[in-house]
Design a binder for this molecule. Structure first.
Ligand SMILES: C[S@@+](CC[C@H](N)C(=O)[O-])C[C@H]1O[C@@H](n2cnc3c(N)ncnc32)[C@H](O)[C@@H]1O
Length: 378
């Protein structure tokens, strides 16, 4: 606590030194998110800085009193109900979810979009996505990236109030569904592209395992899951994180955001080693994409989880192709659940015959589709 200066001492410091003090307070807050002395210090700093709106800074047009009242309200509201407060409007007409800003980052979304595009442009991968899902979509900020990459897009959100805002904002053809990441209300193999941002920060170990199990279930073989994170690296904070120490209002906004999301109060989480092992058992493979900025500094990390195509025909490229194509067709036309599993368990000749049956049944030209792959193999 020795580093948390009273507001009068803070005023005497340079701009840089004040930003450093705010970072110290936020670091302490990460350790002790319910420590009321830290909250009181933050309130004092916000009051001392007053209501002069700094053009680009977070919550600049919200008065000190209004921001402090919201901080108190969040602290006095049970964790599970805090996102409801973010679906209310502040006096500037914006939803609190947008005022607070820290729930997601446009830079991270950009990074996710880049990985999706490079995946599509890589000829070894499917050249198109059919069904995409954003899990924990909040007010739907990530849906636009998916809308540009897939035929059908669905956002899933647990909180009904945030979901209402997502519905106001989403494109006419985007589906919005209330539900939990731990029990996705979708059939097996329903999506070939799934994304999330800021969801897993609040999931403890058991909830994470439940979510990953659900991912493995609803992804088609060959499908991908893309998750974006901020990076703290040796060269400094992610630029969007650095904005939270520019002013004391921004700092208090960060504290409100973290208290709402539950990121600092979750009890235990899956270690990277445990996660890798858990994913491997589910037939999922995890890799990371570092996203350097124009200046070459990496601030955004994307986790890409791929559902591998498995089965007795793994060494056979033709049967692999059939399973991949069926996976995509499945996503597009919604075959019944057992289709892919059935086909993967059959000897090759039978797999071909069964695939033929399913394609025909779905009203597709099976001869043309399969001939294309047989030709490619010869
Ligand atoms: C930090 S916010 C990010 C929102 C959104 N992805 C964005 O980028 O703006 C996390 C969101 O995940 C939702 N969430 C948390 N746990 C969830 C769960 N188990 N199932 C579904 N949604 C969940 C929260 O309600 C919240 O909207």
């Amino acid at each position: 606590m020795s580093e948390i200066n009273p507001s009068n001492e803070l005023q005497a410091l340079s701009v840089e030194a004040r930003a450093k003090r705010r970072q110290v307070l936020l670091d302490e807050f990460e350790e002790r998110p319910t420590d009321s002395q830290l909250w009181q210090a933050a309130y004092e700093w916000v009051r001392a800085e007053g209501d002069h709106p700094e053009q680009a800074s977070i919550a600049a047009d919200i008065s000190a009193d209004e921001l402090i009242t919201m901080a108190d309200t969040v602290r006095n509201t049970p964790q599970a109900e805090r996102y409801n407060l973010m679906a209310q409007r502040a006096s500037n007409g914006k939803y609190w979810f947008d005022v607070i800003e820290g729930f997601s980052s446009s830079k991270v979304r950009e990074g996710q979009g880049n990985v999706i595009r490079s995946w599509v442009n890589n000829s070894d991968n499917p050249s198109h996505f059919y069904n995409a899902l954003d899990v924990g979509t909040g007010v739907g900020k990530s849906l636009a990236i998916l809308e540009g990459s897939a035929n059908n897009v669905v956002g899933l959100e647990r909180n009904p109030e945030l979901l209402k805002i997502a519905k106001e904002r989403a494109g006419a053809h985007t589906g919005l569904v209330q539900g939990s990441a731990e029990q996705l209300p979708f059939d097996d193999a329903s999506f070939d592209l799934i994304s999330s941002q800021g969801l897993r920060a609040a999931l403890d170990k058991q909830a994470t395992k439940n979510f990953l199990r659900e991912l493995a279930r609803v992804l088609v073989p060959g499908g991908i899951y893309i998750e974006g994170h901020y990076l703290h690296n040796e060269d400094g904070l992610h630029p969007e994180m650095a904005r939270f120490i520019e002013t004391s209002k921004a700092m208090l906004s960060d504290m409100i955001g973290d208290s709402t999301s539950g990121a600092l109060t979750r009890i235990d989480c899956l270690s990277p080693e445990e996660e890798e092992e858990f994913l491997a058992d589910l037939g999922l493979r995890e890799e990371y994409y570092d996203q350097p900025d124009e200046d070459g500094v990496s601030h955004t990390l994307i986790t890409l989880i791929t559902k591998e195509i498995q089965g007795p025909h793994e060494d056979d490229p033709l049967s692999l192709e059939i399973v991949t194509v069926l996976g995509e067709l499945y996503a597009e036309h919604g075959f019944d659940d057992k289709t892919l599993e059935d086909i993967k368990s059959l000897p090759f000749a039978e797999a071909l015959e069964t695939a033929y049956g399913y394609l025909t049944q779905a009203g597709l030209n099976a001869d043309e589709i399969l001939a294309q792959f047989i030709e490619a193999d010869n």
